[in-house]
Design a protein. Structure first.
Length: 248
């Protein structure tokens, strides 16, 4: 079977992105830096921080036409379920090892598409980064695909700004893609945790100090497992069909 047929982009996907872009032109003043860092094709893991409902919607509409977001399972139980399904999003049960979500994530990457994740699992009430769940580190390490950290801020002022009939500024910073260095053995649970923290610290370096939260001590950040990604490494991607349990 052709792996690229495993995740099909439905007609609603580009239509929804077009609608979002028109909406953004009316209500947002976007400040995007680093768009040249986005690989145009091939499997990609996009990692964002999450302070506002707009945070995942901006990268999906602007960065690439084939981004599939992972979303909390609660949104698939409400009246907007049809929209998330039609867009190609898929649910994840937060706070537990959701094997079906991991399988869907690897299916997206095997098909050569981009997967979007917010490792914090929920919106940060204070705006600062929260301690991340390890799923992002697991997928980054096991899949061997480039990781694209994308930091966003400004959405929390959306409603007050719109009430003044002004467009709301949103800032987007896109890091150069990274990749987890290959190991000659299975990666351990402790190393998965370190990879996750390194991804989050990378996000923190692009955020204003007041948004760094649990990852404010960036002066201590010295990556051990994340390396700069080069396009020549695409052949080394090791996207697995199954999610293997972590080793201790």
């Amino acid at each position: 079977m052709n792996l690229r047929d495993e995740r099909v982009i439905a007609a609603f996907h580009p239509f929804a992105n077009w609608v979002l872009r028109q909406w953004y032109r009316l209500i947002l003043e976007l400040d995007v830096q680093g768009r040249e860092n986005v690989p145009r094709t091939g499997p990609l893991l996009i990692i964002i921080n999450h302070t506002h409902f707009l945070d995942p919607l901006i990268p999906t509409a602007y960065l690439r036409p084939d981004i599939f977001p992972m979303a909390k399972h609660e949104v698939f139980e409400g009246k907007w379920k049809w929209m998330f399904d039609a867009y190609g999003s898929f649910p994840v049960r937060r706070g537990e090892a959701d094997m079906q979500a991991f399988k869907n994530a690897f299916k997206v990457l095997r098909a050569g598409h981009a997967l979007l994740m917010a490792p914090e699992g929920t919106r940060a009430k204070t705006g600062g980064l929260q301690k991340a769940h390890e799923g992002a580190g697991l997928i980054a390490a096991r899949a061997g695909v480039p990781v694209l950290p994308v930091a966003l801020w400004g959405g929390r002022s959306l409603v007050p700004t719109l009430k003044k009939f002004r467009r709301n500024p949103i800032h987007v910073r896109i890091h150069a893609p990274l990749i987890v260095k290959p190991l000659d053995r299975k990666i351990s649970r402790e190393e998965i945790s370190i990879v996750t923290d390194e991804i989050m610290y990378t996000l923190a370096t692009m955020l204003p100090e007041e948004y760094r939260g649990a990852y404010s001590d960036i002066e201590k950040f010295a990556p051990r497992y994340l390396l700069p990604y080069h396009a020549s490494q695409v052949g080394n991607a090791n996207v697995r069909n199954e999610v293997m349990p972590l080793t201790n």
